[in-house]
Design a protein around this ligand. Structure first.
Ligand code: HEM
Length: 320
């Protein structure tokens, strides 16, 4: 009897829902009757997902390389998912802010702790060969990686550090974007020219990245922080979560990533053919890039030392 009452009540509510939108409940109930049961594999599009690994060579480790990049792109998507909610939020609710920052950190921590898959989990000899079949593709061309930065902090904080003091929020988005730090990466070591990797990335994504920069103009996560009332801005848990986020995004992940570059690309003679001869050694180190999403929460000393503290450890793992 209780069940029947519940179902009657549910049908009444459904009738209201469909009537409100000018539709017929009975037709939808027929639909429910004929519909297939949902399966796990359909729900998560498993067959499609597992069909997306298409190596370009016969080296078995290339599949690891592809899958790990795909896994990382999914984590980037999770990070963006949280960042977008922060940017859209107008409540200035502290718990919400902290929760989102902590979620982002948990994604970074998964990416950082798993990077050994790239460092120790692939044979260097195989990598150096299949890598040549992928040129000029590079993770450098990850648009989501750039979007994470653009949602986090205004473009003036992403300007190359050598020119940062010449720019301010008064510059146009286009001017700031042109001076962004990664435009100095993926350049030819010998000539200083942009590589095809960089040119293709610019051609494909400049309009989209500029559009996003305009969309979050004065409304990045850093702006959300700066706009909080003083008592909320001083909140210890929030500052800690943001500091960890900054370190994860701009020191810890980059250092793990650079560990992979050193393991696979650097050799005794310092030759780096597999990148197409780029300037990666001077571009990738976080203490050279000096990207800081939330500068206000640090002391001058902390900013000066940015990225230095873990460098030794990564280059000489036995030293620590
Ligand atoms: C064996 C593994 C890897 C090696 C040897 C490697 C190597 C490199 C190199 C040399 C660069 C500098 C750009 C260039 O000179 O072409 C670079 C940039 C980059 N790679 Fe990787 N990479 C590896 C794995 C990954 C993975 C798994 C991802 C995840 C998506 C990734 C994402 C990136 C990003 C986002 C950049 C730009 C970094 C920045 O602008 O600071 N890489 N990589």
């Amino acid at each position: 009897m209780k069940d029947k009452e519940r179902i009657d009540g549910q049908i009444l509510r459904l009738e209201d829902k469909y009537k409100d939108s000018g539709q017929d409940l009975s037709s939808y109930l027929d639909g429910l009757l004929y519909q297939r049961y949902l399966t796990y594999w359909d729900y998560i599009n498993l067959d499609t997902l597992l069909s997306l690994q298409q190596p370009r060579t016969y080296f078995p480790d290339e599949e690891i390389f592809i899958m790990y990049h795909q896994i990382t792109e999914l984590y980037f998507k999770l990070i963006l998912h949280e960042e977008k909610q922060l940017v859209d939020d107008r409540s200035q609710n502290l718990d919400f802010f902290i929760q989102k920052a902590k979620r982002i950190n948990s994604y970074y921590e998964a990416m950082i702790s798993s990077f050994g898959i790239m460092i120790k989990g692939m044979e260097r000899e195989q990598f150096l060969q299949y890598r040549m079949a992928l040129l000029p593709a590079s993770g450098f061309q990850s648009a989501q990686f750039r979007m994470i930065e653009i949602y986090a902090t205004p473009l003036e904080n992403l300007v190359h550090h050598s020119k940062r003091d010449q720019f301010s929020p008064k510059n146009s988005i286009e001017e700031l974007y042109e001076a962004i730090y990664w435009k100095k990466g993926a350049t030819d070591l010998a000539t200083g020219e942009k590589t095809l990797t960089l040119k293709q990335f610019e051609y494909r994504y400049t309009p989209r990245l500029i559009r996003i920069s305009k969309q979050v103009h004065n409304n990045t996560i850093y702006h959300k922080y700066l706009g909080l009332p003083p008592e909320k801005k001083d909140n210890k848990a929030l500052i800690e979560a943001l500091k960890i986020l900054d370190a994860n995004a701009n020191i810890n992940w980059p250092l793990m990533h650079m560990g992979a570059a050193h393991r696979h690309l650097a050799n005794d003679k310092g030759e780096i053919e597999a990148t197409g001869g780029t300037n990666w050694k001077e571009f990738l180190p976080p203490d050279f890039q000096k990207i800081v999403f939330f500068p206000e929460i640090y002391s001058k000393q902390e900013l000066n030392d940015w990225g230095k503290q873990w460098i030794d450890h990564i280059f000489n793992p036995n030293k620590k």
